[in-house]
Design a binder for this molecule. Structure first.
Ligand code: ZN
Length: 362
């Protein structure tokens, strides 16, 4: 059996096609791989066909390119690439002069704007890349207002609320970028976007600060951890999980000013007008034998490194050779606060994790 092509292999073929004088043979190779069942992951079929479409378009074979990207969109149905593939097909239709079909395809995707965080980028790009930035601004603004209404109606801390909060963040920031491209004067939502963009993914509270904060606001235990050990474990676990996925997490170390703001008024820390200066970024990871980042003076390998591993395991992150109990026993001690996994509103400047870019880079 011939070698199976991974997503990286497909990327390589796509890059070769871009650089080639004649990209056609690469398109043929990609289509043959799909038809011959030679993809390591069958879910990559849509992606492979979209690369073939790109190669055909590059070669000037516009009808073939359109047929291939339509096929790519169909093959991608039910995969993580579905919306992205449909959006790039729509973009190709618009680019190649099939105005009505392209706009119909985008209009069909439009309802996803206020529901699916991964749909925002591809749909907006299809519009802006084809000279429709003003339309993009209209669509994104309407979707943002709809999503904000949904966020207001959702129950605090519910799954739905977290999802829609992520969509709101994405829409606010995308809208800011689209409007900047149009030369608009920043409005209040653009200011909010700037704050979101500058907000750290996580805030780490050193022990003394953590103790004071929790004494004053016991309910913060739900987000920050029920004690300082749990808090350190959350921060380290999130850093490890992000690192394993090749992402970089920004962790801000809480300053006395941030703590004071949080102690004086829970909402003040999230308010741009009164928010204190951001604290320093946490350098991570230290060397295994270096002092731990948490300030305990213990070696990293004896302190938060194992703490975070345990946390990552508990959260279901992949950890080689770790025996997983069928059901994780809940802590037996009586707790009035929710589990540390409960996440806050996206607008709160406490512990937050932005959704990673799941759609493919083009
Ligand atoms: Zn530590």
């Amino acid at each position: 059996m011939a070698l199976l092509l991974t997503a990286d292999d497909l990327d390589g073929i796509g890059a070769d096609a871009q650089a080639a004088r004649d990209p056609r043979p690469f398109a043929v190779e990609l289509v043959a791989a799909v038809e011959g069942g030679r993809l390591a992951d069958p879910d990559d079929a849509g992606y492979a066909l979209s690369l073939a479409a790109e190669a055909r378009e590059l070669a000037g074979d516009h009808e073939e390119a359109l047929a291939l990207s339509a096929r790519a969109a169909t093959r991608g149905e039910g995969t993580v690439d579905a919306t992205w593939l449909q959006a790039i097909h729509a973009e190709r239709l618009l680019r190649l002069g099939r105005e009505d079909e392209g706009m119909a395809a985008l209009a069909a995707l439009r309802p996803l704007l206020h529901r699916d965080v991964d749909a925002v980028g591809p749909i907006v790009e299809a519009l802006t890349e084809t000279g429709r930035a003003e339309l993009a601004e209209q669509w994104v603004t309407a979707a943002m207002l709809t999503a904000m209404e949904r966020e207001d109606r959702a129950t605090d801390g519910s799954e739905e609320q977290l999802e829609v909060a992520a969509v709101v963040d994405e829409l606010v920031m995308t809208r800011r970028d689209v409007r900047a491209g149009l030369g608009r004067v920043p409005d209040e939502y653009d200011t909010l976007a700037d704050d979101l963009g500058a907000a750290p993914d996580l805030v780490f509270f050193p022990e003394a600060a953590f103790t004071r904060l929790l004494a004053a606001q016991p309910e913060a235990a739900g987000e920050l951890g029920r004690d300082w050990d749990a808090h350190r474990a959350i921060v380290e676990g999130e850093l490890q999980a992000a690192d394993a996925e090749g992402e970089v997490l920004e962790v801000e170390v809480a300053t006395p000013e941030l703590l004071a703001a949080m102690l004086s008024d829970d909402d003040a820390a999230g308010d741009a007008a009164t928010a204190p200066e951001p604290g320093p970024r946490l350098p991570w990871p230290p060397g295994r034998n270096d002092p731990c980042w948490c300030g305990s003076r213990a070696k990293y390998k004896k302190c938060c490194l194992p703490r975070g591993r345990q946390r990552a395991e508990d959260a279901g992150a992949p950890e080689p050779a770790a025996p997983q109990p069928a059901e994780r026993p809940e802590p037996v001690e009586p707790e009035a606060t929710p589990a540390p996994s409960a996440a806050p509103k996206s607008s709160e400047r406490v512990i937050q994790r932005r959704p990673g870019p799941r759609s493919r880079a083009r």
